[in-house]
Design a binder for this molecule. Structure first.
Ligand code: ATP
Ligand code: MG
Length: 583
């Protein structure tokens, strides 16, 4: 392959685009890889298309290796399929909807579980047909609330989506594990630095869904890692270690104290430390009861519920939402308090909740035998030494407290710290949701139908391109890993003599030897501009045919390390071939 800059459809820019905030967005636009067509909608120019195709090839090879078969389904889909699965409504505003000339409703596919299920149902019917893995690499459409950062979060984007079809749970686990291994190989080959995090709260079961996050400070997803092990998890999935139960025997009695003007944890702690109770208190000794209401999908009524967390922590609404999903959750408002006068704002204790049959769930740190300072259910009163398991018995535990830097790692090794990442892949055991919606069965050996169980697995192919740039760039430009680079070597001819002709000749020789070459054969462009472009474009190796040519010397530059080496013109081709192929 030989690309000539003199005719390449490429114009680089010196200035960052005004709407760009993250490095990948800036550099991909400045390097002429992509151009914005509309908010969250991008065109891929020749070099960009090559990178995109290179990423897709790696994905394809590894999907084929696990037995995946590539298909291509339409993006334009009739409403009825998504109506049948419930996702016509569930997707809400994220779905692009349109009507045809006969007024029939259509949508642009955000992901394709429905059509894949129907496709398999149409072709396969016997247990002998299964298992199967089908995939496609295709444009997806989502009307994202906040398209951002160029192709990182687009409204039209490229996704590899695959679907597995199995006869039983063990089969599904096998297909899932195959995908997990394939994803590890894909992201390793792409040179990405990533973690695999459990995407679901523990309540819904360990590894039924995992996300692959490329670690970068610009990522939208926050996750936690351990200082001493490879533990990594979504904040929503962190399981707080439960402290051991303490003996209840011989503990001081619970005592109600008049604590005027102490509606906040801070004022309460100050008060307690001021009245001389013979010991000192911190916010972690208090039990804060946060009142929320939840409502299951399709229900009309809200259920009020108390969530007890140590007073030095806030309730993290995202964690709470994740454990209560698919129910919605909101904080109580004034009218809820008015309707339930036993809830004394600022002084709510466990017992008013339990006595009034409201569900009361606590943080795992509120363990059996732990003693707390908490509300006494009357204004200006708190109770000290209220012991869990003696003075109140919660209805269960809930993971709702915020996770903080320095918290012990759930695997018992090290402490947690937060990091940010970009979700590049997602693997998910769907189970029978879609098979149920469309009646996807296989006839078993006993002649009885068996419901198929499915998995779905995505990789954001276009997002991966940007994630690579996020992780691999410097202030001058992109630094492509060789596997995805649009070319192996960038031959730059600069000077007024025969440099450009020699550069082209070398480029042709290299191309004949199977090297992918970009040659800067532009006339009347200064060396400075050419070098700046070379750094911006980020081809892993550059070969400079410049001033030294008169002495028979060229310069080999490595984009990643910045190393420069002078080489003899007659050995240049051999040397480049070796460094490219050997690398
Ligand atoms: P996110 O949480 O980032 O919105 P998601 O959970 O909606 O992603 P999935 O439905 O699991 O994403 O889609 C599979 C993969 O497609 C994701 O892992 C991600 O790499 C990619 N992806 C999802 N939305 C976008 C988008 N708007 N632009 C580019 N890639 C996307
Ligand atoms: Mg996801």
């Amino acid at each position: 392959m030989l690309l000539r800059m003199s005719t390449l459809f490429l114009r680089t820019l010196r200035e960052d685009p005004a709407d760009a905030e993250v490095p990948s967005h800036k550099l991909m636009v400045r390097g002429g890889y992509v151009r914005r067509a509309a908010p969250g909608i991008y065109s891929w120019l020749p070099l960009g298309k090559m990178v995109l195709d290179n990423v897709a090839s790696v994905v394809r090879e590894e999907m084929n290796r696990i037995g995946g078969q590539e298909v291509l389904l339409p993006a334009l889909l009739p409403r009825e399929y998504y109506e049948a699965s419930g996702r016509w409504t569930e997707y809400g505003d994220t779905l692009f909807r349109l009507t045809d000339r006969k007024d029939a409703d259509y949508l642009l596919g955000p992901t394709h579980e429905e059509l894949f299920t129907l496709l398999v149902k149409g072709e396969y019917s016997s247990y002998k047909d299964f298992p199967a893995i089908l995939y496609q690499i295709q444009e997806k459409f989502r009307d994202e609330a906040r398209p951002r950062a160029g192709v990182l979060r687009g409204r039209e984007f490229h996704m590899k989506d695959s679907y597995s079809f199995d006869l039983d749970d063990e089969g599904l686990q096998r297909s899932y594990d195959l995908h997990r291994d394939a994803y590890i190989r894909i992201f390793d080959r792409l040179g990405l630095n990533y973690v695999i995090v459990s995407a679901m709260s523990g309540a819904m079961g360990g590894s039924a869904s995992e996300e692959f996050l490329a670690e970068t400070p610009t990522g939208e997803d926050t996750f936690v890692r351990s200082t001493a092990s490879d533990y990594a998890a979504n904040v929503e999935a962190v399981q707080t270690p439960t402290p051991p139960a303490l003996p209840i025997e011989g503990r001081p009695e619970a005592q109600v104290h008049h604590t005027p003007d102490t509606p906040t944890i801070e004022t309460l702690v100050d008060f307690l430390n001021g009245v001389g109770l013979g010991r000192s208190f911190t916010a972690a000794d208090t039990l804060k009861n946060v009142l929320v209401k939840t409502r299951a999908p399709g229900e009309a009524d809200w259920e009020i519920m108390g969530v007890g967390v140590p007073g030095d922590r806030e309730v993290d609404m995202k964690r709470l939402e994740a454990v209560l999903h698919p129910a919605e959750v909101e904080l109580l408002d004034e009218s809820d308090f008015e309707a339930n006068p036993f809830l004394v704002k600022g002084y709510v204790g466990p017992n008013a909740l339990l006595r009034n049959k409201l569900r009361y769930l606590v943080d795992p740190r509120v363990a059996e035998g732990s003693a707390w300072v908490t509300g006494a259910d009357e204004p200006d009163h708190h109770v000290v030494d209220l012991v869990c398991g003696r003075d109140f018995t919660p209805d269960g535990v809930i993971e709702a407290a915020e996770i903080r830097e320095g918290d012990p790692s759930p695997d018992g090794r090290g402490t947690l710290y937060t990091a940010r990442g970009i979700e590049i892949g997602h693997i998910f055991q769907l189970g029978r949701k879609f098979a149920d919606a469309f009646g996807l069965d296989a006839l078993g050996p006993d002649g009885k139908p068996r419901r198929i169980t499915m998995g779905s697995y995505g990789i954001g192919v276009s997002r991966v391109v940007a994630a690579i740039v996020e992780q691999s760039h410097d202030d001058k430009g992109i630094i492509w890993p060789r596997e995805v680079a649009p070319a192996d070597v960038h031959v730059v001819g600069t000077g007024k003599g025969e440099q450009i002709e020699v550069a082209v000749r070398i480029a042709e020789e290299l191309a004949d030897r199977g090297v992918r070459v970009l040659v800067d054969d532009r006339k009347g462009v200064s060396p400075g501009v050419k070098f700046t472009d070379a750094e911006l474009l980020g081809i892993p190796t550059s070969l400079i045919v410049g001033k030294g040519l008169a002495q028979g010397v060229l310069e080999l530059r490595d984009r990643a390390s910045g190393e420069r080496e002078e080489i003899a013109v007659d050995t240049a081709v051999e040397k480049v071939v070796r460094s490219v192929k050997g690398a």
